[in-house]
Design a protein. Structure first.
Lengths: 134, 75
């Protein structure tokens, strides 16, 4: 069995959007099986066409950071997501958070699977690496 | 060192050199040697770690100023 890597993302800001994708895409490139579970405010990161903003007052500087990243050749959020899909990273939306925040399956990017906590914990219990991003 | 292909990852930041390396290796045959060029400092330890994890052999590693040059034999 391939090494498994599980992450839980509970915040929807720019930094919390990028980190799991950088980690996940790297892990997948290292031959690991990657599972990312989006819950609470993290859920909005899976919505179609989302452009995540920096947290709090820093949100005003999001554009500056995006430009800086472009300059440094760091792929943007959309490109990272596309790359993650190509690498076979698995994305899950927390079913309870979806009801709580009024998010429908049709709002989510293609390939997202709606999951309950038990199924994710079942995956995480056999995981070599688990991280909480929140 | 003799090589069958070169991947120029200069100007790319972590994790792009690794992501592209993983893609490139899939195009090559077992036993072929890939030269990888990178200038992200993270690559110095990332590439050997990637080799260690994936089972491809690191057969050479050089540093020339800010440039890192790796030779990887595909498993």
């Amino acid at each position: 069995m391939a090494d498994r890597f599980c992450m839980v993302v509970s915040e929807g800001s720019f930094d919390k959007a990028m980190m799991p994708l950088i980690m996940g895409n790297t892990a997948a490139s290292m031959g690991m099986e990657v599972h990312v579970f989006y819950t609470f405010f993290g859920l909005k990161l899976l919505k179609k066409g989302i452009r995540p903003k920096l947290p709090g007052m820093w949100r005003l500087f999001t554009g500056m950071m995006v430009k800086k990243m472009m300059k440094l050749n760091v792929p943007n959020y959309e490109e990272m997501l596309k790359q993650a899909k190509e690498l076979g990273v698995n994305f899950y939306a927390c079913s309870t958070s979806m009801s709580l925040l009024g998010v429908k399956q049709s709002d989510l990017i293609e390939g997202t699977k709606v999951l309950g906590a038990s199924k994710f914990l079942d995956l995480a219990a056999d995981s070599k690496v688990t991280l909480f991003i929140g | 060192m003799e090589k069958d292909a070169t991947l120029d990852a200069r100007g790319l930041m972590c994790p792009m050199p690794i992501v592209q390396l993983a893609k490139k290796v899939k195009e090559l045959k077992s036993g072929q040697v890939l030269e990888l060029l990178a200038d992200d400092v993270g690559a110095r330890d990332d590439v050997p770690a990637w080799c260690n994890r994936t089972g491809h052999a690191m057969v050479g590693q050089e540093e020339e100023g800010k440039l890192f040059r790796f030779y990887i034999r595909v498993k």
